[in-house]
Design a protein around this ligand. Sequence first.
Ligand SMILES: [Zn+2]
Length: 189
Amino acid sequence: MPACPVCALSTLDGQVCGHCLRHPPAFDHALAAFSYGFPLDRLLHAFKYAGNLALADILAEPLARIAAGHPKPDMLLPMPLHPSRLKERGFNQALEIARPIAKWLNIPLAADACRRTRDTSSQAGLKLKERRRNVRGAFACDLDLAGKIIAVLDDVMTTGATLNEISRVLKSRGAVEVSAWVVARTLPE
Ligand SMILES: [Zn+2]
């Protein structure tokens, strides 16, 4: 399915979409294994909220296949979860999906490279501009990433505001290229 190479949104011709042309995100590319919808939404829900961790490999495999056809990043960074969310859920869904991919593709996993300093997980109902403002300053990263190519992994990308913010922080630490790897891409409202 043709998609915008920057944000992975389905497009007719596979060209950069109008939104990315008008508001280029801080990440350079995005890969998405699926469009968000039935039955994938059910699988993700069972994985994330019912804690069916056996689904991690099933969700990770199609994304790994796509990622294998792209240049290998220096590190794979699962989207950090705020400590209060981690305590509530018991696991970071992005880390569980990133772990098998890092192993299969032989990419160093950078699970602790960044921290989430604010809990901004509830972004539903916010417009892109509000989402971008809501996540501003939500991440901290102390590593020197000079010259590094980084892939950030998340389960779902909606507007990309959170991925945009973490990518901005990674680039401020010296990363030269950031890719967003997501299991599912939602369609914009
Ligand atoms: Zn785009």
